[in-house]
Design a protein around this ligand. Structure first.
Ligand SMILES: Cc1ncc(COP(=O)(O)O)c(C=O)c1O
Length: 421
């Protein structure tokens, strides 16, 4: 008899984007032309100084263990970066290097949560928050983000959480937000800081899209007075420097929390590869103009996709504020066709046409509050985005194909209509 998996392992939920990516790759291997807008990756090359520094680092044998919290030069460069760009009062001792931003969700939960604690998560949300909170036996309280409120967190919901939750201990904030593209304004951050300052409540401030703000600039909660000691911010090289496969990010926290997270790295990963940190250090110092150029290209893509989607009957998308995602409300289309939003996403990939498909995700992959929406990333060249836009109205008019897709996949039949905008 084999050993049984833990309840945690059996209940583990994952990022659906990777599941849909696997289906898209399989269809492509079988000859289908698929425009892949499901995964949140950059279509651009890693920035040039980063690539050169990585090669140099291997050639000069920077290929051994290094200190668990990170190389001193990386920590210094990261601290200077958040201080200069976002006004966070950080020094090298406040920085911990990690393989991307995602791993800090787990370390944040390990740093602050005990079983039974309550955690506030705004929904729709980045899917791996949930398993990382459950890993510590904490309870999640979801608060819906509304398209009519620009997908910004409502301060009254934080007050309610602090007043009503059994043991309020942590809040997950994500701005600019995946999947909605919403931005928490500087005034929102001031209000949040005023509510939380000095309370025994920790904030995970997830900021991977800090350079993808299309109106104004990015603001971090950690720049607000007194917020550094009770927050952990996570940054990544995956988006700003197109380095998702290198796996590099870092956290900013008080020295006490940074030390605790350093111990978690010591006891799990040992360290983040030094050659990758050296590549990232060079990117922070030298790839500013390439980063700005790539961000401009992302902005064009988001604008192209948003305006194209808004011309489709039954699609309603907010003007682009941030990130490389577009998150239209498609409730009228789902209600007309009797299909769930993730069913609609998979129909566009698998069912609408034999030779061509578009891969995207249903909003419910990011929590119940996302139902009735689709999430498109912009990870393809602009002509491919145009092809996808031209395909969608055709696909949505093929009602016989929708019906036969639903025959084969009855789980995607919509049982209760979505509220329409
Ligand atoms: C909100 C959010 N957090 C974290 C991550 C993880 O990024 P990384 O590649 O740095 O682990 C992503 C990636 O898509 C994201 O969208």
């Amino acid at each position: 008899m084999s050993a049984t998996l833990s309840q945690f392992a059996q209940s583990l939920s994952v990022e659906t984007a990777f599941t849909v990516l696997a289906v898209a790759k399989q269809l492509k291997a079988a000859g289908k032309d698929v425009v892949e807008l499901e995964i949140g990756d950059s279509p651009f090359e890693s920035t040039p100084s980063a690539k050169a520094a990585g090669i140099e680092a291997i050639e000069s044998n920077q290929t051994h263990y290094c200190p668990s919290p990170g190389l001193p030069e990386f920590r210094e460069a990261a601290a200077a970066f958040v201080k200069n760009e976002f006004g966070i009062p950080a020094a090298a001792a406040n920085i911990v290097a990690g393989p991307g931003a995602k791993v800090f969700e787990q370390f944040f939960c390990e740093a602050f949560l005990n079983p039974g604690d309550s955690v506030l998560v705004f929904s729709p949300y980045f899917p791996t928050y949930v398993p990382n909170i459950h890993r510590r036996g904490a309870q999640i309280i979801f608060s819906p983000l509304q398209q009519s409120h620009g997908f910004r967190p409502e301060i009254s919901q934080i007050e309610k959480f602090l007043d009503d939750a059994a043991s309020p201990k942590a809040i997950f904030l994500n701005s600019p937000q995946n999947p909605t593209g919403g931005v928490t304004t500087e005034q929102d951050l001031r209000d949040i800081a005023d509510l939380l300052r000095g309370k025994d409540v920790a904030v995970f401030s997830d900021e991977p899209y800090c350079h993808m703000v299309w109106e104004g600039k990015h603001h971090s909660l950690l720049a607000q007075d007194g917020m550094l000691p009770q927050s952990v911010a996570a940054y990544t090289f995956s988006k700003s420097y197109s380095m998702s496969g290198w796996r590099l990010g870092f956290a900013v926290a008080s020295t006490e929390v940074a030390d605790a997270i350093g111990k978690m790295i010591n006891t799990s990963l040992s360290c983040t590869p030094p050659l990758v940190q050296l590549a990232g250090t060079r990117a922070l110092k030298q790839d500013h103009s390439e980063r700005t150029r790539q961000m401009g290209l992302f902005r064009e893509k988001v604008e192209l996709l948003t305006s194209g989607l808004n011309q489709i009957d039954g699609f309603h998308t907010l003007p682009p504020l941030a990130t490389f995602y577009v998150f239209p409300n498609v409730a009228p289309v789902c209600n007309r066709l009797g299909i769930t939003s993730h069913g609609l996403a998979l129909y566009l990939l698998e069912g609408a046409d034999d030779a061509f498909g578009v891969a995207c995700l249903g909003g419910e992959c990011f929590g119940e509050a996302g139902a009735g929406f689709l999430r498109f990333s912009c990870a393809e060249p602009n002509d491919r985005l145009q092809q996808a836009l031209a395909f969608l109205p055709k696909a949505l008019s093929r009602e016989d194909r929708v019906a036969s897709y639903l025959e084969r996949h009855p789980a995607f039949r919509l049982s209760n209509e979505y509220p329409e905008p």
